[in-house]
Design a protein around this ligand. Structure first.
Ligand SMILES: Nc1nc2c(c(=O)[nH]1)N[C@H]1C(S)=C(S)[C@@H](COP(=O)(O)OP(=O)(O)OC[C@H]3O[C@@H](n4cnc5c(N)ncnc54)[C@H](O)[C@@H]3O)O[C@H]1N2
Ligand code: MOO
Length: 412
């Protein structure tokens, strides 16, 4: 099954978690907004100048040019943070500063570069206008940014700097966001020992618990470590059940392939209905992946090979965390801000009917184009990915990519 379909099959039946919390803007970056937030005010609240210059009645500048300037009487100076003292009458102008309130009567601002100021011997100075202004020119009108009652930021938005700025502009300093999905992480395998331990002969340190937790946390979830379960269906099932009870999703690594000691699918199947939905997805690396829904919660069995586990965690677990947080994402789980386009240096083979992710390094060439150079290495080796900057994504229907082609690269 293509990874996009496999993801959709699991994601479809998973409801976003209902828990929410109210957080200050300072910690809201990257959180998912729980419900639509309406603008509490109209912005700008007052008409203001976008330029340093002179506030005028546009009609008084009609036809003005360097050859035939218009002459207006300077009657006021409007700094920022001050309400203008007097309106602007016909053939009058007020000096105004960027961000200052437009005086009543004025409907345009002529920028200072298009004017000359002439002090006159008696009375007010005279402003020489060298360019005609259209009504509204260099003026921000009331409500041009947002109107009170309009949706300021929609539910399901992963909050970015701009969204937080919008809240600040409205004086909204606390927002209601989805609680961070809790994702339990469980490693399996008699040969796997904690990263802090010294492996015995024929043993390896647990790499996957760390990489999966990092993917979960980058996606906005909380990784809940459950250690390493031994290779026994009973033990695995018991540990997995306890882990899932205490979380919104469960990710198990290893034991997902076809050997007699690959117990993950069986253990997952016992955790609740409907159980295993997909066993094996058309992705390289990472084919022996198990996807399940148990009692409404997603459960993923990742391949044990560290590079494979990391790639599938990025491809499947990351968008699942986003769905659980209520973020609106594409049905196939793709569509990520950390995707780039790069020109491939050398041809990369691939089998059609499989989504391939090939580690690569990235560099800019003399013309400033991003170039991807594949790093070939086995998927059981974590340093294959440590040495890479990104993964070249070869789409499902392609049989390889030629040198010089533009490819999509992802940064997991
Ligand atoms: N006859 C076949 N054998 C295998 C196939 C196949 O289709 N037919 N698929 C291969 C592929 S591809 C992969 S990927 C692996 C997936 O196997 P499992 O998910 O069952 O994982 P294990 O066999 O338990 O482990 C694989 C490898 O990874 C090491 N490992 C496991 N957990 C961790 C961990 N937490 N941290 C670091 N390394 C870990 C484990 O020691 C093994 O070396 O199956 C192939 N075989
Ligand atoms: O699918 Mo395995 O994950 O290719 O190494």
């Amino acid at each position: 099954m293509p990874p996009g379909e496999a993801f959709a099959a699991v994601a479809r039946g998973c409801s976003p978690i209902a828990r929410t919390e109210i957080v200050p803007l300072r910690t809201a970056l990257g959180r998912v907004l729980a419900s639509d937030v309406a603008a509490s005010e109209t912005l700008p609240a007052f008409a203001r100048s976008t330029m340093d210059g002179y506030a005028v009645r546009a009609a008084d500048t009609h036809g003005a040019s360097e050859q035939s300037p218009a002459y207006l009487r300077l009657v006021d100076d409007v700094p920022t943070a001050v309400v203008p003292r007097r309106p602007i009458g016909p053939r009058e102008a007020a000096r105004i500063h960027t961000g200052a309130m437009i005086p009543p009567g004025a409907d345009a601002v002529v920028m200072v570069e298009d004017t000359n100021l002439h002090p006159v011997p008696v009375g007010d100075a005279e402003v020489e206008i060298l360019a005609a202004a259209a009504p509204g020119e260099n003026v921000l009108t009331v409500g041009e940014d947002i109107r009170a009652g309009a949706c300021a930021v929609p539910a399901g938005r992963r909050l970015r700097a701009a969204d937080l700025g919008g809240f600040a502009a409205l004086g909204i300093t606390r927002v209601q966001v989805a609680a961070q999905p809790r994702v339990a992480i469980l490693s399996t395998g008699d040969e796997v020992v904690p990263a802090s331990a010294a492996p015995g002969p024929a043993q390896v340190r647990d790499v996957n618990a760390t990489t999966i937790a990092a993917i979960v946390e980058r996606a906005g979830g909380v990784a809940v470590a459950h250690g390493i379960a031994a290779d026994s269906t009973l033990m695995l099932e018991r540990t997995a059940r306890a882990a899932l009870d205490d979380a919104d999703a469960l990710v198990i690594s290893a034991g997902s392939s076809v050997s007699v000691r690959d117990l993950t699918a069986e253990a997952i199947g016992a955790l609740g209905a409907p159980g295993v939905l997909v066993h094996g997805i058309a992705i390289k690396p990472g084919k022996p992946t198990v996807l399940a829904r148990c009692g409404g919660k997603p459960v993923v069995g990742l391949p044990g090979n560290p590079a494979s586990a990391l790639v599938v965690a990025w491809r499947i677990v990351r968008p699942l965390v986003r769905v659980l947080a209520g973020e609106r994402i594409d049905d196939d789980g793709l569509g990520d801000e950390r995707e780039l386009a790069a020109v491939l240096d050398v041809a990369v083979p691939s089998r059609p009917g499989r989504e391939d992710y090939v580690p690569c390094t990235l560099a800019r060439d003399g013309a400033g184009h991003l170039r991807a150079t594949p790093v070939f290495g086995a998927s059981n080796l974590i340093f294959t990915l440590v040495r890479a900057d990104a993964l070249i994504a070869i789409p499902f229907d392609r049989s390889g990519v030629a040198a010089g082609e533009t490819v999509r690269v992802i940064v997991p």
